[in-house]
Structure formats: C-alpha cells, structure tokens
Design a protein around this ligand. Structure first.
Ligand SMILES: [Ca+2]
Length: 494
C-alpha cells in the first residue's frame, strides 16, 4: 500500500511538474495576517492585487479553504502542527504549542529533520509565541516600525506620561498602548521604511543566499503583519482607493435567529485611537475600508517583490510557493469591524494558493473543501518526504492534479465563547455549528452555505431542517467522537 502511495506521488510530481524526481523542491511559504480572500483573483473588483493575481495564474487557487480557528495564534498553530485545535488543545493567544504537545514534530521541524534549511521571517507563529525547534536558526523579526514615526513618538509620550503619573498602562482594552495608535494611517514613506517592506527585503536577501547554495533545499516562511489592524501603509497604497467609491457591506445586521453568544465578534478594533464607540459614521467606515484595502495592496506589492526575486534567481523552477492567510475578516458585515473571532464563514474562510513549478493546473480554481491542517501533509507529499503520521489533515495532491477531486467531506473550525466550545462543520451545502458547554443543552446553528454564504439566517430552529441537523450532528460526532473539549480560556475578545 505504502509503495503504491509513493509510486502514485512520484507519478503525480512527474506528470504535473518539470522537476526531476531526484531534485528536492524548496518551499516559499508566504503568510498574511487577517487578509480575507477579497482579491482580484478571488473575483473582487475593488481591491487592487495585481501581484497576487499574477501568483494565482501560476497556482491552483482554493476557493473553499478554511482555517481551524479564526484567531491568529490557534490558526497558525493548527496549520504549522498539522493538528486540529481539538488535538492541540490551544484555543487562545498565549499558550505555546509545546505547552500541550511537548514532543510534537511540526511541519517545518519535519522539513528540518529531513535536511531542509528552515527559517521564519516575520509573523509565522504568533509573535512572542515562537517554536525554536521548528527552525534551523531562531525566527527573525524586522526592527522597522509597524507604525509611522509620529505615531511611534505618540506611543512613547503616552508611556512616559503614564510613568510620570505612576499609572500602569493596561495590556489590553481602551487605554492600552493601542490607544495611541490610529486604526488607519497613510504614511509618506517607502515600503522598506515600515515593517512588512523590511520583511520582504530580508526575505529577498535570504532567497539570494539560498540560490548560491542549491545543494541544501529550504523551507522559507515569510509572514506579513498587514492587513491586521492598524492599517498602516505607505501613502501610495492609500492613493489607490477613493473612500467615496468603496462599497459598504449589505448585511449590517447580526445573523438572524443566532444564539447571542455565538453572534459576537472582537472588540479590539475599538481600542485604537480615534475609533468611535457604537455605530460608526459612514465616512469613517469608508476610511476604514480604504485603510484595509491599502494594507492589502501593500502586502500584494511585497509578494510581487518576492516573486520577482524568485524569478531572477531561477529559484522559481524548483520552489513551491504557498500563499496562505490566517483567517477571514469582517469589515462591516454583521456590524463587525476589524474582527474575526467566531465560527462563521466570514471568519473561517481564508485565502490559499499553491504554486508548483510547471503544474498543469496553474491558473485554475477549485471549489473543493480544504483546511489549513491539509497543508502539512500536502507539502511533505510534494517534496517527497516520508509520510508523517502525526498530521491530521489530508494531502491535497489529488486536487492539485484534478481541481474537481475531493479529499474532505467537510472542513472544521473551533471557537470558544461564553464557556461553550463551538465546532463548525462546513460541507458543500451547509455550515453546521454545534456548541457544547458542561451542564448546558447543546446549541446548534445551521446556515445554507449556497443560498446564504454570509450566514445571515440561522435555520436551526426550523422544524423542516431537524433531520438535516440530526444527520450533520451525527457526521460531526463521527469525525470528532470525543466531545470533552476543555477550552483553556475564553477567546471571545481576542
Ligand atoms: Ca490573524
């Protein structure tokens, strides 16, 4: 069986790429923070993303890709470990992967153990919660500011004032350090003057180094901080958008008939300087959209620089490129702004593209359901490494060869809220969410994923759907029979 699998894989690589079987493929893994799949290549006509659109032309684009939790750190940990949050037990920002799984071999670590030079530049694991065992040398972070010089000075003044008055600045919430940082800011500077441009610059230098040493394959992970709020980017990206012409969300209401605790999302956006509490004025909403889209275009340009370096060094011929975002985002839908933090489609659906040199399906899109945990077995497969039995996802190689193929019956996401732990199961037809809490009745949500893709109307209370719910619940519990989830905290607001 194993032999047949390996043979199938070798045939797949030979049939779909121009790379010889003996040559190890490199991996350039590009991550962007809080970037929902609102890009030209995803059919959007507002956002300007020429470089990601160009990458899509050499990739298979996954139109139904889902993260395992719509929160930075747990999402990244699931992707990098190849394990569902139900296995890692990590549902919040804070705990490191090894606090629950000390002996795990992560995806990059597995590449490292098989001769790869593995490196992390920028935000791959959540900043401050890194995993040294994953990387050949410790993760690198730019020292360039995330904000403008003026904002940097405002933060310094705030800290100094607080110290002089003997006031302790809270780590989170209104009055925290973020209170001195605007939610959006157009900065008159060059790309490399801010953190993400500098990350791209260093990644390019790294690629050039690798091109001089082709004997050792590399797994280079490059993580950008934008478009996570604050949306701070060079002015030229803000100038791409006229706020007056940006479309506002059409569903500025909470999901109808949904449980109150489920239909909440983060409040951290409100902690930034100048963000009104309560309903946002329309002009402010438009400025927010301009900022978010400018931040996306700023990252798009950085991806373009990386791809140019890949082409110039010739590494494009033997390097797999992954573009992955850590979850979706709300920009006004359901009244949520600058937020993710729930189990709905807008939060759990992410952008994913995979480019293999010479692939026959380049430029195509697939509607197949895929998950972040599928990336680890996929990359291991594509690079010809032995199978890693700890990875819980499925290799996507059948879909890369045939975009009509399916490997998953459903995609799964988790979120803890108000003592409940919710598991979302996205099938081609439905989004089913089951919330369990010790001592409480199980709460279900059901959305028609085809007719109601933004999850505006919960159908769970309708008698005509009771059989569908029973069948979906059975399917969910068959996949995850142990419902004894023990959330380590309540991640509602982060
Ligand atoms: Ca994030």
């Amino acid at each position: 069986m194993m032999f047949l699998q390996r043979l199938t894989l070798c045939l797949f690589v030979l049939l779909t790429t121009n790379v010889s079987a003996s040559e190890k493929l490199n991996v350039l893994f590009i991550a962007s923070d809080d970037m929902r799949p609102q890009l030209g290549c995803y059919g959007d006509t507002t956002v300007k993303s020429p470089n990601l659109d160009a990458l899509a032309k050499r990739s298979l684009l996954f139109n139904h890709s889902y993260v395992q939790q719509a929160l930075c750190s747990p999402s990244r940990i699931a992707m990098l470990s190849g394990c569902y949050p139900a296995t890692t037990g990590i549902f919040e920002i804070g705990p490191a992967l090894r606090s629950t799984m000390p002996d795990i071999s992560t995806m990059p670590q597995y590449f490292k153990d098989h001769g790869y030079h593995t490196r992390s530049l920028g935000k791959i694991y959540h900043v401050g919660i890194d995993d040294d065992a994953s990387w050949t040398i410790p993760a690198w972070h730019s020292k360039q500011p995330r904000v403008s010089e003026g904002t940097k000075q405002a933060v310094a003044r705030m800290m100094k004032d607080a110290e002089a008055k003997g006031i302790e600045i809270p780590k989170r919430g209104i009055g925290s350090r973020n209170s001195a940082i605007p939610a959006f800011e157009s900065v008159n500077c060059n790309d490399d003057d801010l953190l993400d441009g500098d990350t791209a610059k260093n990644a390019i230098a790294q690629l050039r180094e690798h091109s001089k040493n082709p004997a050792q394959p590399f797994f280079l992970a490059v993580g950008f901080a934008n478009p996570h709020v604050p949306w701070i980017a060079p002015k030229k990206y803000f100038d791409l958008y006229d706020p007056a012409k940006l479309p506002l969300a059409e569903n500025e209401f909470l999901p109808q008939n949904a449980p109150d605790f489920a239909a909440t999302s983060g409040t951290d956006f409100r902690w930034y300087n100048g963000v009104p509490q309560g309903d946002l004025p329309e002009s402010y909403k438009r400025q927010c959209l301009q900022g978010y889209f400018a931040a996306i275009s700023y990252i798009d340009a950085q991806v373009g620089r990386l791809m140019q370096a890949l082409n110039e060094t010739g590494l494009d011929k033997n390097t797999i490129v992954v573009f992955w975002t850590d979850h979706g985002y709300y920009m006004g839908e359901h009244t949520w702004w600058g937020a993710k933090h729930n189990n709905y489609e807008g939060a759990t659906r992410n952008a994913l593209m995979l480019a293999i040199p010479g692939m026959k399906t380049a430029g195509q899109k697939t509607q197949s359901l895929v998950q972040s945990v599928d990336l680890a077995p996929t990359l291991v497969d594509l690079c010809g490494l032995p199978a890693h039995h700890g990875f819980e996802g499925k290799s996507l190689t059948p879909i890369l060869a045939d975009p009509q193929a399916n490997v998953n019956e459903a995609a799964y996401s988790w979120y803890p809220k108000s003592g409940y732990l919710g598991v979302a199961m996205r099938t081609q037809q439905w989004l089913y969410v089951e919330w369990t809490k010790p001592g409480e009745k199980t709460v279900s949500e059901l959305y028609d994923a085809v007719r109601d893709p933004q999850n505006d109307f919960n159908l769970a209370g309708k008698p005509e759907h009771s059989q569908t719910i029973a069948a979906l619940s059975k399917q969910l519990r068959k996949k995850f029979p142990v419902q004894g989830f023990k959330p380590t905290g309540d991640s509602t607001i982060r």
